[in-house]
Design a protein. Structure first.
Length: 97
């Protein structure tokens, strides 16, 4: 909900759409670089974080339940996988946030 104003600004061309990684453009292009759908979270986990489909679903569920302990574990897994896929640790952490 916090990103609705950014979504509107980007859709109207008032705010520039930037992607932390070029691989995000096909996933987030239709939503102007904003993660709106749970499916987008799962795709990013797979493409950037190296998750399997089942693992990406576990991440999605942890996010939906706002389980802080599980999210802390998932952060470590995501960042490590992103680093293996050539993403800088800082960018991976920013993307996870």
């Amino acid at each position: 909900m916090d990103l609705i104003p950014d979504f509107i600004e980007r859709k109207q061309g008032k705010q520039r759409v930037d992607y932390l990684d070029a691989r995000l453009q096909p996933i987030l292009g239709s939503t102007y670089g904003i993660m709106v759908y749970q499916e987008q979270v799962m795709q990013i986990a797979q493409v950037i974080g190296g998750y399997s489909l089942g693992s990406a679903d576990l991440l999605r569920r942890a996010m939906g339940k706002k389980n802080a302990d599980e999210m802390a574990q998932q952060r470590d897994i995501f960042v490590a996988g992103a680093e293996k896929n050539g993403v800088d640790r800082r960018k991976a952490s920013e993307l996870f946030d």
